[in-house]
Design a protein around this ligand. Sequence first.
Ligand SMILES: [Zn+2]
Length: 95
Amino acid sequence: MNTCPSCAYIRKDLDIRCPQCGEFYPTLAQLLAEEVAYEELHSFKGRWQRIAKADDIKQAIRQEISQFKAELTTQGIFTLIVIVIFVFALVISVL
Ligand SMILES: [Zn+2]
């Protein structure tokens, strides 16, 4: 957060406005609100809340799953596969 978000001018700690382009720097409250909104959009809890609030639950679940797939990286896929293999091995060893 040491540069202006709109023109990348190096900001000083006490400035509230960019001297280069006149843009107001985001305040801590704004940054926190953005962080909370992002968390809610991407967290498991946020997904459940959206599904629970939706009128058409089936449609909401389908939408969340497709969004989840779109966000999945190769590392995420790898992690899921490892978890599935681990659970499978655990179940096999118990039986
Ligand atoms: Zn600026």
